[in-house]
Design a binder for this molecule. Structure first.
Ligand SMILES: *[C@@H]1O[C@H](CO)[C@@H](O)[C@H](O)[C@H]1NC(C)=O
Ligand SMILES: *[C@@H]1O[C@H](CO)[C@@H](O)[C@H](O)[C@H]1NC(C)=O
Ligand SMILES: *[C@@H]1O[C@H](CO)[C@@H](O)[C@H](O)[C@H]1NC(C)=O
Ligand SMILES: *[C@@H]1O[C@H](CO)[C@@H](O)[C@H](O)[C@H]1NC(C)=O
Length: 405
């Protein structure tokens, strides 16, 4: 009996001793940052793979749960992003024209730390400087992609003025369904210069990051590349509203219209209605914004005036982070106006000034030609007089040269 209690006593003492030892160990426990931090570029136009190894000092700590805190500089948001993971790799999106900065810490927890979390005081860091290749100032300007009525995507850009002549630009893209980057399927050109790309036959997928790289070559060397990463459902431009109806009461007017055809959900649409009224005391214009997919508007109006309305639509910011206004619908008017086709007017407006100048010059030439012809027809008599005068002069003073005369 005495032996048994003695055994229990020793066991308790040993347990206490172990606990004490562990806690002193824990109190002073520090952990090193990870090792071999490497960033690799699989050629996905900005999606980089980050990998690291646990610190060597951890290899004997079986009772520890090891995790990592990865921090990287998000150049799109201009801030540090931070994630915690138990894996040893992570994939993140970077703008390859900017510095890539990544840091990792080691995190320890579990019985070895008395269930508190310990973070390494240091981090392992890799800074990858932005490449300085490419002729300076040749990046494209205003690169944007528009998802037309959620049917097909079109990307556009403007050339920098510093771009050398005979430069050839190329657009590459990648998304996770593709093994490797592909080039634009159909370039849009203006005067032989590439200004855009249409993805019509094989549509780009929605709700996934699509990475773009616009680079190229010139006689002076490679052009500075431009990178972009976006999800196309955030860049919708709706089709113009086609069906507008106007109903008039004694002093009221009701305008209603239908959602544009296509895949854009109606509740995501917001509208802008432009109201132009014209009366004896002049013109007046106002616009009204309607959200929540509302497709009608009732107004009290002055019936002695002409009222014209047109509508355009846009995907609301709750449905997409960026979106573009659709084109305006055709106007509907009250009282109904005869189809005043605005096209001819537009054409006249669109005629550049130099055509007017050319027409004016031609008119002046024709006019002067007419005047000259008239003189030519009238002149013979006068000319004959002059001619005889000259001959008589020369006859009298034959030595006089024509230059002195
Ligand atoms: C270990 O954790 C227990 C319970 O959370 C706490 O009472 C004890 O003080 C901790 N020991 C040390 C050394 O932190
Ligand atoms: C891990 O344990 C082995 C054997 O017990 C020892 O030789 C080695 O030095 C230890 N490593 C570290 C980092 O403590
Ligand atoms: C443009 O980018 C693509 C895709 O990364 C690459 O294959 C090609 O070599 C680059 N061209 C130039 C001129 O840099
Ligand atoms: C509209 O015109 C009619 C006749 O010219 C006039 O009697 C009426 O007061 C006008 N209404 C308004 C709102 O000006």
């Amino acid at each position: 009996m005495a032996r048994k209690s003695r055994l229990t006593y020793t066991a308790t003492l040993m347990l206490l001793l172990i606990t004490w030892k562990e806690s002193t160990y824990c109190n002073g426990l520090t952990v090193s940052p990870p090792e071999n931090l490497v960033i690799t570029d699989p050629g996905h136009l900005g999606q980089l793979e980050i990998s690291w190894n646990p610190p060597d000092s951890l290899s004997n700590m079986t009772e520890c749960s090891v995790r990592y805190q990865l921090e990287y500089y998000n150049t799109y948001r201009d801030s540090w992003a931070s994630i915690r993971t138990s894996k040893r790799t992570y994939t993140a999106q970077f703008d390859l024209m900017k510095d890539v900065r990544v840091r990792v810490y080691t995190l320890l927890s579990g019985t070895c730390t008395n269930d508190t979390m310990i973070k390494s005081t240091d981090y392992t860091e890799v800074i990858q400087k932005a490449p300085s290749t490419g002729v300076v100032g040749t990046e494209v300007l205003d690169f944007k992609c528009v998802f037309h009525n959620m049917e097909y995507t079109e990307c556009q850009w403007r050339r920098s003025e510093k771009i050398p002549d005979n430069s050839q630009q190329k657009l590459y893209f990648w998304h996770k369904e593709l093994g490797q980057t592909e080039e634009c399927p159909k370039y849009n050109t203006l005067g032989g210069v590439r200004i855009g790309c249409t993805f019509a036959d094989v549509p780009l997928p929605v709700f996934t990051d699509i990475n773009f790289c616009l680079n190229g070559s010139s006689p002076e060397g490679p052009l500075k590349p431009t990178f972009a990463s976006l999800q196309i459902q955030n860049h919708v431009k709706c089709a113009a509203t086609k069906k507008l109806h106007l109903q008039t009461g004694p002093d009221k007017l009701e305008l209603h219209w239908e959602h544009p055809d296509g895949k854009v959900p109606g509740h995501c649409l917001e509208y802008e209605v432009e109201h132009n009224q014209e009366g004896p005391d002049g013109k007046e214009s106002s616009t009204e914004s309607l959200t929540g997919g509302r497709t009608s508007l009732t107004l009290s109006i002055d019936i002695n005036k002409t009222h014209c309305f047109r509508v355009r639509s846009k995907v609301h910011k709750y449905c997409a982070s960026t979106s573009y206004w659709s084109d305006w619908s055709h106007p509907v008017c009250q009282p109904e106006q005869k189809d005043v086709t605005p096209e001819p007017d537009a054409i006249w407006d669109a005629i550049p000034v130099y055509i007017y100048i050319a027409v004016a010059i031609i008119a002046m030439l024709v006019l002067s030609l007419c005047v000259w012809a008239m003189f030519k027809l009238k002149k013979p008599v006068q000319e004959k007089k002059a001619e005889s005068l000259l001959t008589s002069l020369f006859a009298r003073r034959p030595l006089l040269g024509p230059t002195e005369a």
